[in-house]
Design a protein. Sequence first.
Length: 80
Amino acid sequence: MKNKTQPYLAGRFFDSISSGLFMMALPWVMLSEPKMGTFVALVSLSCTAISFLATPFFSTLVDRHSRKALLVLNQWIQSG
């Protein structure tokens, strides 16, 4: 069987780069509009709080189900 590690890692690498660029560009675009600073701060705070509260749930989900299936599901949701 052919080794699939290298293509997988390459895909994750480019996925991380695109996610990072998006996370830098979104606040930059929002802050270029007047009076958007408070909105950006509230959105960032909300995302951080949701992530903090959802981590125990999702870590249990990952332990109980296929990581590959969850990764594919996550990528499918992000693409939609």
